[in-house]
Every structure is written in C-alpha cells, then in structure tokens.
Design a protein around this ligand. Sequence first.
Ligand SMILES: [Zn+2]
Length: 231
Amino acid sequence: MPSNSYITECGKSILINREFRFRRLTLKFSRRENAYIVTAPFFVSFKKITAFIESAKAWFVKIENAKTQESAKKITPGQSISVLGKLLRVDFFPNPKPLVLLKNDTIEVHGTLSKFETILLGYLKNLAKEKCTHYSSQYAQKLKVEFNRVTVKEMRTRFGSCTSHKHLNYCWRIIFAPEHILAYLCAHEVAHLKEMNHSEKFWKLVESLFPDYKSSRKWLKQHGNELYQKF
Ligand SMILES: [Zn+2]
C-alpha cells in the first residue's frame, strides 16, 4: 500500500499528506477534492496515522450523513420543483449569459453549468420578493397601513415577521408553496402592522383580508417543513 493513501476498515479512501511544517495529525474532508485528507507531521509513523484514522469512526459517520443530506438537497438539470404550487421541470441551456425563462411547465436556466444552482436560486428569490411585495402592498392598501420595506431572505424558524419599524420579512422558500399560501402569509404579516400580537382582534383583521385564512394556516403548519427539502 502506498504510504500516501490509506483505505479504512469501512472502505473509505484517505489521502495522507505528510509535511515537515505540520505539527500534529488532523483529519478533514475537502469539498474541492471530494476526498478525506489526513495531514501528518513528516516523521509520524504510518501505524500511528492509521490508528488516528480508525479512531475517528464517529466523525466519519457525521460527515457521511451531512454529505447524503446535502446531495439530497442538490438540484440538478432535469429535476422538477414546485414553484407557487406548480410542478416545473428545470432545464439547463449552456449560454455565456445567465438568464432564466419561465415557460409553461419548465424553468429554463441559461448559463454555465457550475453556476446552475446559483442562477436558479437567484431567480427564485427574486420571484419570491416580487410576489411578497405585490401581495403585501395590496393588503396594506386594503387596511390603510404602510410598511417601510419588504425583505425576502433565509429564515429557519418561521416564514414571516413584521418589526416595530414596519419592516416585513419573508422567507424566500414560501415560493415553493401554492400562491394562495404565499398570499395568506402576506395578509398575516400586514395585519401585524396594526396588531402586533395574535389576539382575536388580529385574526379578525387577517380574516378581513383573507377570508379563508384558517385552511392556509393549517397548510403551512402541515407542509411548512417540506419547503426546506429543496436547496
Ligand atoms: Zn404572526
């Protein structure tokens, strides 16, 4: 076995990188090289290195799990995603100029393949902002209230928030939900501009903007997690 690589008991190949400047043994996963790498001081014995690798079993399991989760989240050309509740196939077209075209049942992503996901994500986030701004403005007008700005960003614990500075924040992932769910979310946050709580008065306001709010609220509770499955 060459001294610059090692196969673990569970079959993982590890590159061993020995150098004079390294002072201790370290183990890492390199995304760029898609490989496990051990750095070792030059004079450390091979036996000591392999013992070090074999002692890190729990760490390997953690990394492998994270990798599986990540690849499940990766979107590749030809896959379908639900946008505003409509299932659309995402197609890729090599093109020096990045561009996204929404067709009847496809999303055409033009650009370089390495930027495929970035271009698609940028498009989806813009679309989310456009839709959230549209519905927020519509409901604010109805309630005769004003907001300062709409921000669409990553949010992990909820899909929307309304601050005392009249900023409306939305999680961009709401773009994967049916459009009426996105609209309900906007009605909910806009109602907070008048009532900063979840009192009966608040829900009356929501109802005045979005009469069938109960089923949408239930949908978000039941399916909210699914909006985190992609990306
Ligand atoms: Zn609320």
